[in-house]
Design a protein around this ligand. Structure first.
Ligand code: ATP
Ligand code: MG
Length: 137
C-alpha cells in the first residue's frame, strides 16, 4: 500500500532577528512525514529542534521555504486559519509548559476539546470551581 504524505517541509530556513543581531537557526530543511509515521528529531541543545517543531505545527512561520499540510501550502493561511488547522490537527506538549494558570491540569488538557465543541464557558467554570474546591480541602 502506498504511503500518504501528510506534512512536508520544503527548504525551510529560519532566522531570528533581535535588533541588528540575526541568528540563523534552520538552513534549508527538507522533511516529509507520512501518515502513521513515528518520528524523532534529535540534536544538541540549541540546534533548532523546538524552532523546527514550532514551524511544522504552524505556531511560527519560516523565514524561507514552505510547509505543506495535507496538500495545502500553509504559507497562504491567515493567522486564524493557522489556529484552526492547529486546533483540529496538532497536539503539542511544550518544553516550557505553556499552561493557563487559572485552570486545573484537567482544564488545560480539555481546552482544545472544549474549543472544538464551543462549550468552553461551562468547562472553564467547572475547572475553576474544581480548583477552588481543592484549595479549601
Ligand atoms: N525567539 C528567539 N529569538 C532569538 N533567538 C532564538 C529565539 N528562539 C530560539 N532562539 C535561538 O535559536 C537557537 C535554537 O533554539 P531552539 O530552542 O530551537 O533549540 P533546541 O534544539 O530546541 O534546544 P533545546 O534542546 O535546548 O530545547 C538557539 O540558539 C536559541 O538561542
Ligand atoms: Mg527545545
Amino acid at each position: 500500500m502506498s504511503k500518504k504524505t501528510i506534512l512536508t517541509a520544503e527548504k525551510v530556513s529560519k532566522t531570528y532577528s533581535n535588533g541588528s543581531k540575526k541568528t540563523r537557526v534552520l538552513e534549508q530543511i527538507d522533511l516529509q512525514v507520512e501518515e502513521g509515521e513515528f518520528l524523532a528529531i534529535t540534536g544538541r541543545s540549541g540546534s533548532g529542534k523546538s524552532t523546527l517543531l514550532y514551524i511544522l505545527s504552524l505556531l511560527d512561520r519560516p523565514s524561507e521555504g514552505r510547509i505543506i499540510f495535507q496538500n495545502c501550502d500553509t504559507g497562504a493561511f491567515s493567522d486564524k486559519k493557522d489556529a484552526r488547522c492547529r486546533l483540529y490537527n496538532f497536539g503539542f506538549v511544550f518544553q516550557n509548559y505553556a499552561l493557563l494558570p487559572e485552570l486545573t491540569a484537567l482544564g488545560n488538557v480539555m481546552l482544545s476539546v472544549v474549543e472544538c465543541r464551543s462549550d468552553w464557558s461551562t468547562v472553564r467554570e467547572e475547572s475553576i470551581d474544581d480548583r477552588s474546591d481543592r484549595r479549601d480541602e
